[in-house]
Write a protein that binds this ligand. Structure first.
Ligand code: SF4
Length: 83
């Protein structure tokens, strides 16, 4: 059960540096960073450590099984970014 970034993300990129793997993209120095409205978590790389959610100042990141109902669409939006 991966973690999911929602649209409360302000792209401060703090979570990207804190991720235990390389699950969160794009990185701040990635050219794609300027073209997206938020960062995304690759559910195939996330190991559910929770580091990103605990450090997010916007509380934009949730475990997939704790996603608020009005943010449910972001599980698929996160996965889709990596397809
Ligand atoms: S839960 Fe851990 S592994 Fe998954 S995206 Fe967050 S920091 Fe990375």
């Amino acid at each position: 059960m991966a973690y999911v970034v929602t649209d409360a993300c302000t792209k401060d990129f703090v979570c990207v540096a804190e991720c235990a793997t390389t699950a969160i993209a794009p990185a701040q120095d990635d050219p794609a960073a300027g073209t997206v409205s938020q960062v995304y978590i690759n559910p195939d790389e996330c190991i559910d450590c929770g580091n990103c959610a605990s450090i997010c100042a916007q509380s934009a990141i949730f475990s997939q099984d704790e996603l608020p109902a009005d943010k449910a669409e972001f599980a698929e939006k996160n996965r889709a970014y990596f397809n």
